[in-house]
Ligand binder design. Structure first.
Ligand SMILES: Cc1ncc(COP(=O)(O)O)c(C=O)c1O
Length: 459
């Protein structure tokens, strides 16, 4: 890279240490240690400032680089688009915006409109604003409350944190936006109900109790991750989605699925909700939409939702009065078009399903070998392993030990993740989300590194 030719990498490290505020990290250790700089990526691998190679088992750290690094075809498409037209506000359309919307909706039967912005948080905020406006315009101010689930995450802004079910992400950032109400999580391994009912039914019943307590006429939306990500890789129990969908129909509550992590193939279908036959009113997506080659997020709605914002053209306040400046950047949809073509042409959904099953098998082998692995779960290439002190009590291991496993893997050239400052006492799930291009050999190396790390840390 040219800019490295004129700068010694050590100068870059020092500039970073002096001036850059990294995300989600305590900086005190950088007074004595070097921050990590990732310099280059190709396929499943990245190289740091020391030239050390790592297999990236978390797609850019946070489930993003679904098609892998170094895709010249995406870079070329973005470059060509930037030269032709880099930007115009989305009050007008763009060629890549129209093309990608059509390609995307083709994968989402029942959905009809795409609203562009540039982060997962922003895409979710759009839904919340739409629901509040529907409440004003259609329900006389009723149906403004939004239900969210314990352990789910929907973003970093104050309002998306208000819909956040992870106490440690939220703590110290209040006061929050009013009108958000929590429902219980659906992690069967940590069944919180003392009932003979099956777990899915118990979760749905508990959700209905919240609806009845708040009053169905106060609730406009339920917002859920299809599979909870940062809250512990939580696959829903049997019957859960059918029950939630039925509650939405019974109490006239709109359903919002946050596909920021699962979207664009992570679980082996285009979207996570498509495993469960769910019919959403809103779907949001970001990370994997362009695999991090450009910033893009989408808020996708049904035509019925869209119609509510155009059916009263004589009222100058009735349409969606919202803009995202960078939602007009054409690089996002230009990158997203190529990203989707790559997933299709290389059969990456199929590879995701096959490699996901293989990896789940490897993780189950780890569970047989290491008593500290209490539960293994996930779908496609979105997997987690929960670490416990004791399989009977399910007491979580100390999170320092979880981080020691992550650190050991990193030292041995494999980047894995773990739930982090999420649910107090439960930051104990190792997370894997390799790119959809991964091979059995990559997965053997990744899980082999975890195996060795567990042996060393819990010897
Ligand atoms: C499920 C989910 N929704 C929303 C977000 C927020 O996305 P962003 O960081 O792009 O704002 C995240 C980020 O991790 C996420 O995991």
């Amino acid at each position: 890279m040219d800019y490295l030719a004129t700068n010694d990498i050590q100068d870059i490290v020092e500039s970073d240490r002096e001036h850059v505020w990294h995300h989600l990290i305590q900086h005190k250790p950088f007074e004595t240690n070097e921050p990590r700089i990732i310099v280059e990526g190709k396929g499943m691998r990245v190289w740091d400032q020391k030239g050390k190679e790592h297999i990236d088992a978390v797609s850019g750290g946070v489930w993003t680089v679904n098609v892998g690094y170094g895709r010249e075809r995406i870079a070329n498409a973005v470059r060509d688009q930037l030269v032709k037209l880099n930007y115009f506000a989305q009050s007008a359309g763009s060629i890549p915006g129209a093309i990608f919307a059509e390609m995307l909706l083709d994968k989402m039967p029942g959905m009809k409109r795409v609203y562009y912005s540039n982060s997962g948080s922003e895409a979710n905020e759009k839904v919340f604003k739409m629901v509040r406006q529907i409440s004003h315009n259609k329900h006389g101010g009723n149906k403004s409350k939004i239900l969210y689930r314990h352990r789910d995450y929907h973003g970093t802004t104050i309002t998306t944190l208000s819909a956040g079910g992870q106490e440690q992400r939220n703590a110290q950032y209040g006061p929050y936006t009013p009108g958000f109400v929590e429902i219980p999580h659906c992690l069967e391994y940590r069944n919180q109900f003392d009932t003979a009912e099956d777990y899915g039914a118990a979760c749905v019943k508990a959700t209905e109790e919240v609806i009845l307590r708040e009053g169905p006429d106060t609730i406009g939306l339920i917002c859920l991750e299809p599979i909870t990500a940062g809250g512990g890789v939580i696959t829903p129990p049997k019957g859960y989605w059918e029950g939630i969908q039925a509650l939405c129909a019974k109490y006239e509550i709109l359903l919002h699925i946050d596909e920021v992590v699962c979207g664009l193939g992570r679980t082996g279908t285009w979207f996570g909700y498509q495993h469960y036959g769910v019919k959403p009113d809103f779907v949001t997506m970001a990370k994997g939409v362009a695999s991090g080659y450009a910033a893009i997020s989408c808020t996708v709605t049904t035509e019925a939702v869209f119609d509510m914002f155009k059916d009263n053209a004589s009222d100058p306040m009735s349409y969606f009065r919202d803009i995202s400046t960078f939602g007009g950047c054409t690089a996002g949809p230009a990158a997203a078009i190529e990203n989707m073509k790559i997933i299709e042409e290389e059969n990456l959904l199929e590879n995701c399903t096959k490699m996901g099953e293989y990896c789940l098998g490897l993780l189950n082998d780890l569970k047989s070998k290491h008593k500290v692995v209490g539960d293994v779960r996930g779908k496609g290439l979105f997997l987690g392993a929960e670490l416990v002190k004791d399989r009977d009590t399910k007491e979580p291991v100390d999170e320092k030990l979880v981080q020691a496993v992550v650190g050991d893997c990193m030292a041995n050239g494999v980047i894995i993740g773990a739930t982090n400052r999420s649910v107090p006492g439960f930051n104990n799930t190792l997370c894997l989300s390799p790119a959809l291009i991964c091979t059995k050999d990559d997965l053997d190396k990744i899980v082999g590194a975890i195996d060795a790390a567990l042996t060393r840390v819990f010897a």
